[in-house]
Design a protein around this ligand. Sequence first.
Ligand code: NAI
Length: 412
Amino acid sequence: MEPDTTGDPAALRILLLENIHAVARHALEGQGHAVTALGTSLKEAELIDRINGEGISVLGIRSRTQVTARVFEACPGLVTLGAFCIGTNQIDLDAAGAAGVAVFNAPFSNTRSVAELIIGEIIMLSRQLGDRTREMHQGQWRKVAAGSNEVRGKTLGIVGYGHIGRQVGVLAEMMGMRVVFHDIVQRLPMGNNRAADSLDELLLEADFLTLHVPETPLTHRMIGEAQLGRMKRGARLINASRGTVVDIPALAEALRSGRLAGAAVDVFPVEPEANSSDDFQSELCGLPNVVLTPHIGGSTSEAQENIGREVAGAIARYLTAGTTAGCVSFPDVDLPRMPGTHRLVHVHRNVPGVLGEVNRIIAQHQANILAQVLGTNARIGYVIIDFDAPVAEAICADLGGLATTIRARALA
Ligand code: NAI
């Protein structure tokens, strides 16, 4: 395996695809890199040609560019890949790890956007705003107070008290709501938020129930007929997590029967792949006080900008310090850089004895290790090593001769 001693990050060429927010380009150019930004995605063959033909070390994509095993195998010069989006399904992460390419995404950059949508929906549902505005657009004037409530003093139940759930809890409390949550992990309550003893207890208490869990076997249809049956008569349900978390026919029935007084749904078990004028169907369509949105919870300009800033920042930290915090293809390793130190990073296959081999080579150079941090997963080992003398490049060259080395990089 050829060692990569491109220690000077100013020398790197970066290709950004799919209209990534300009903040990313500016951040990376500010680090001295040469950035080419395109508005489109590229197909596999063209992607390989451009990466190799232009000497690209860093690639940035959003959700449309497929980065396959073939791309990683054919492009040994690729050092890191930024997924300027939330998901990473479009990337073969195993192949990325095996090729020594660190992949970063931005899973939490739209947290605030989702939380704000939930707050808006709580008020929409309690004032039947969806129905009133539709009627007005149809020329009907229906001034009614029945079924409309203030949210102050009402109880918001949050299922899944993670990044989004906690933000929602903080904002809801600022509107005077009582906030109770349920999570399978013990979570520190924010402000005056309170943990419920169980999901069942939460269902009994909530005037509004909002779901913020991931899609897992445990959360699959976790809100079905039985759970809806436990909810207060006239309660409202909000789901902006994943479409499979709620049993839609059971929800439609709870709305038709009047047990629930409204629902806001942003995510669906099956969602159209692209924007269209007639490609959406759901049993929820046409039901009163039901707000339906096309998976826009995290879709704001601010979230796009946050994604640009966060992923560009992660790439810059990886290039200059080897930090893999938040990396989805390597183990998570972080070691603060001390002035006057010389650093190398080494990606290797996780088999017994590699660190011994690495340290044997270091000893041959009579180099003094100031700090060494190793992280491993089932297949990959990643180590950051700091020296007190400029020996990193020479050691990197020797590490390249080890059969277990995937990539070795000396950092400036
Ligand atoms: P997170 O990982 O920070 O929090 C999820 C929480 O759910 C964790 O605290 C976890 O312990 C808890 N949890 C997991 N299984 C549970 C169970 N069975 N019962 C109770 N709690 C459980 O995730 P984050 O960022 O807050 O996202 C939450 C959801 O929102 C995810 O499904 C995500 O895909 C979705 N999302 C939707 C967006 C949209 O556009 N509508 C945008 C962003 C995220």
